[in-house]
Design a protein around this ligand. Structure first.
Ligand code: PCD
Length: 794
């Protein structure tokens, strides 16, 4: 066990060798030695390979498909088309947002890259080759790619297969008090408004999506290996959609090379692998390539936000108002809890004590890939934070106030928690000012401002960007949140073997964030046994209890709670058994990490290992106690958790090329009780890197014909070590009052908090040119263009 003192101020009690602390990741020996077991490593006897023919155009009527030549290919086993699926009633599948999505095109192509046919062949190469032998005739229609035109009366109706549909509107949703907000705006000294676009981006995990389907017809059993973040939810959905009894379906999620929300949904490729296996009687593997991943398996963001903020002239923020146009692509497949069509966007009230807030969101169909995944974002929290943090900066400029000071002036105060915001959330806990002050101290904020002044005088472009965010993660209470009717609770099962080694089975699914380590640490903390003596089992529906999976940073808030509670249940059971073993009464026992002992006589006691052996041995057990040290729970959290953070970014902009260099980045995060500080830092580093990508480089654009312009890593740039600085991190600890161990999520915080800090820094650098806003990504071309025709700095 390696543990070291964290270098940052605000350190908690992190040097305990058992339980929480900085221990190395249990999964890393296999990953660093190339011994991970990823989906594409799976090879089953007789396995065939599938490939998907995708539409070359964005909008077209399907006239005909001729598969004769493909079928004649010597290695092709079968070709499946939309027509075949219609026969099986599988041509359309339900989405996560109460819509349906075409598995294969039957009537009309609705986005470029849409699935048209599925070839199953003896090897991957043959399957790909045979795609070119399929003859498809399309009748091309005018595409709709600009969401702003989606509701025009002459816009083509994309979902004309839905009866009675005459436009592209998916939903209109509102939250907050409109009249109250209008009144506050009407009487405010200062109002600023800005159109703010969060462009379409993609999670782009290192490993793309894939599946191996193995249908065994005699017993009618389906084993489906999938890159999924939510194995149990998938199993239930397959049972409902395909009609295979749920107990005959086993979903196995092997090691996953990054999810970031990309692996939450069910994609046509997974369903096609299943159909392929049923039709051919062989296991079928389907793995998408990079372009397929970028062009068809989901996207994130794509929000056009009109934002307004009202304040007094002294800088007291009074209200925020926004209306949003949400581009959902061709099918509404957005991942979000059922009752929240715009996800958790309603947290756009930010970290500020407002008088009023109001928002409307209109979702529209366009000829683009469906998805709207929560890419490192608890269902649109990222968009919300970006909106409010840009608006606060614009307000600071208008009032000629320092952006950090303006925020400090408006924070919700510690004594106001639990805080009910104006859109219905109850923030569980928070202490914002110390986090902001710590980040300013770590940054040397005043010194940075002095340096900036000097540089400006010399015509150099240095920018300092501040952002402060509150997230809402850990969905969630089942009474409020469900996904397609499945309540968002999670199970945990704990068994302590006779020799005191334990195995904990959980319903969430790691994609790299280290659950095998941190969930073992939670058991270790609660039972006082070493984390290396606790195995974590996940990713196999036959082996684990039901639960909704990993996304929206919910594993620690929900499953982490379940694991702490199941360990406590075992501890209480251990107490009864220990009392029997010690021939004393349970109430006479006291707990210390790892052992129950007799009050007043600490030398007489039993360790967890001794009690486990006792439970499985010959000790006479108390009435009603089974002969084991096992337990299970399902945890339904009473509220979400609200992590927060204060970020400061320093950029230098090259006035000649418009190139932005992130010189420094200071991130102070508060995720409540910290299970493993090293893992937390890794999560933050990764999220910050993601943020640099979104702020400066990443965008999925379309041309007028509906061609996707971000279909490869040549066009869709993602950040590397070259683009990022050495991250400087710090933390404060404000535990969640309702979570069993006081932990909040951390997995997405940095992706949420960093884009506004970076863009605020870029806009700050360009202030001498009179630039007050810039849309992401701040590429050299865009930054250069923003500087043109404007007054040069003195
Ligand atoms: N933690 C600790 N402490 C605290 C918290 C937390 O320690 N307080 C840790 C845990 O345990 C883990 C981690 O940390 O391990 C994280 O967590 P969380 O926050 O709970 O979260 P989760 O649930 O687990 O996860 C999820 C996330 C998400 S969501 C995302 S995007 C991303 C993140 O995660 N993804 C990823 N991170 C990551 N990492 C990696 N490596 N990979 C990946 O993929 Mo979504 O919604 O899906 O979009």
């Amino acid at each position: 066990v390696i543990h070291e003192r964290p270098s940052n101020p605000g350190a908690g009690d992190e040097d305990r060798p058992i339980g929480f602390g900085r221990i190395q990741r249990k999964e890393d020996p296999r990953f660093v030695r190339g011994k991970g077991h990823y989906l594409d490593d799976i090879v089953l006897p007789g396995m065939l390979h599938g490939a998907i023919l995708r539409a070359p155009v964005a909008h077209a009527r399907l006239v005909s498909i001729d598969t004769t030549n493909a079928l004649a290919h010597p290695k092709v086993v079968t070709v499946i088309t939309g027509k075949d699926l219609l026969g099986l009633k599988l041509a359309w599948a339900p989405t996560l947002s109460a819509d349906v999505q075409a598995v294969l095109v039957t009537d009309k192509v609705r986005f470029q890259g849409q699935e048209v046919a599925f070839v199953v062949a003896e090897d991957r190469y043959a399957a790909r080759d045979a795609l070119e032998l399929i003859d498809v005739e399309y009748d091309v229609l005018p595409p709709l790619v600009d969401a702003r035109k989606a509701l025009d009366p002459d816009a083509p109706v994309i979902r004309d297969e839905i009866e009675g549909r005459t436009d592209n509107r998916i939903f209109d949703w509102e939250i907050g008090d409109k009249a109250e907000t209008e009144a506050v705006f009407a009487s405010a000294d200062v109002v600023v408004s800005q159109e703010i676009v969060y462009p379409r981006v993609h999670p782009a995990p290192m490993e793309t999506c894939g599946a191996v389907a193995d249908y065994e017809p005699v017993e009618g059993r389906l084993t489906l290996y999938e890159t999924t973040q939510a194995p149990h939810a998938h199993r239930t959905l397959y049972a409902i959609v395909a009609g295979i009894p749920e107990h005959k379906i086993r979903i196995v999620s092997p090691d996953i090379g990054g999810g970031f929300g990309n692996k939450v949904g069910i994609y046509p490729g997974y369903i096609l692998a299943v159909v392929g296996s049923i039709v051919t009687g062989h296991p079928v593997k389907w793995v998408e390539d990079r372009s397929e991943n970028l062009m068809s398996t989901s996207f994130a963001r794509d929000y056009i936000m009109q934002g307004e903020i009202a304040a007094t002239k002294e800088g007291k923020i009074l209200a925020v108002r926004t209306n949003v146009l949400a581009d959902h692509g061709a099918f509404n497949a957005t991942a979000q809890p059922t009752k929240n069509p715009a996800g958790f966007f309603s947290i756009f009230t930010g970290s500020y004590d407002l008088k009023a807030a109001y928002c409307t969101v209109t979702g529209v169909y366009t000829n683009k890939a469906p998805g709207g995944v929560a890419y490192a974002c608890s269902f649109r929290v990222t968009e919300a934070v970006y909106l409010v943090e840009r608006l606060v900066d614009i307000l600071a400029r208008k009032l000629e106030m320092d952006p950090a000071e303006l925020r400090l002036k408006n924070f919700i105060k510690p004594e106001q928690f639990p805080y009910a915001n104006k859109t219905g959330w109850i923030y569980d806990s928070g202490n914002y000012e110390p986090a902001m002050r710590l980040s300013m101290q770590l940054a040397g904020y005043d010194e940075l401002r002095r340096e900036q002044k000097e540089k400006r005088a010399r015509g150099e472009l240095m920018g300092i960007g501040v952002s402060f965010f509150t997230e809402t993660v850990g969905a969630g209470p089942r009474k409020h949140f469900d996904i397609v009717g499945l309540g968002m609770a999670d199970g945990a099962e704990l068994r302590v073997h006779p020799t005191g080694k334990a195995v904990v089975r959980i319903s969430v699914q790691t994609q790299g964030q280290g659950h095998e380590t941190t969930f073992a640490q939670i058991v270790a903390e609660e039972l006082g046994i070493a984390p290396e003596n606790v195995d974590v089992v996940h990713g196999d529906t036959d082996q684990t209890p039901f639960g909704l999976g990993t996304y929206g940073s919910r594993s620690t808030p929900v499953s982490g709670g379940a694991v702490a509670l199941v360990a406590r249940k075992v501890r209480e059971k251990a107490k009864l058994i220990a009392a029997a073993m010690l021939e004393t009464r349970p109430e006479d026992l006291e707990w210390e990490k790892g052992r129950w002992f007799v009050k007043g006589d600490p030398s007489v006691g039993k360790t967890i290992a001794e009690i486990a052996m006792g439970a499985h041995g010959t000790v006479a057990l108390p009435e009603g106690i089974d002969g084991n040290l096992d337990a299970e729970v399902t945890y339904d959290p009473p509220n979400l958790t609200f992590p927060f953070g204060a970020y400061i970014c320093v950029v230098d902009v090259d006035p000649g090329t418009g190139h932005v260099k992130v010189r420094r980045f200071i991130a102070v995060d508060d995720c409540g009780t910290r299970i493993n500080p090293m893992i937390i830092e890794g999560q933050v580093h990764g999220g910050l890197t993601d943020g640099v990508g979104m702020a400066l480089m990443e965008i999925i654009e379309f041309d007028e014909a509906g061609n996707c312009l971000g279909g490869s890593f040549m066009d869709y740039l993602i950040p590397t070590a070259m683009e990022v600085p050495d991250w400087e991190t710090g933390f404060t600890v404000t535990p969640s009052p309702h979570h069993p161990i006081g932990a909040k999520g951390i997995g997405e915080s940095a992706t949420v908090g960093s884009p506004p800090a970076i863009v605020n820094a870029v806009v700050d650098a360009l202030a001498p040119f009179g630039v007050t806003h810039m849309d992401m990504p701040c590429t050299p071309a865009r930054v250069w263009a923003a500087m043109q025709g404007r007054a040069r700095p003195p």
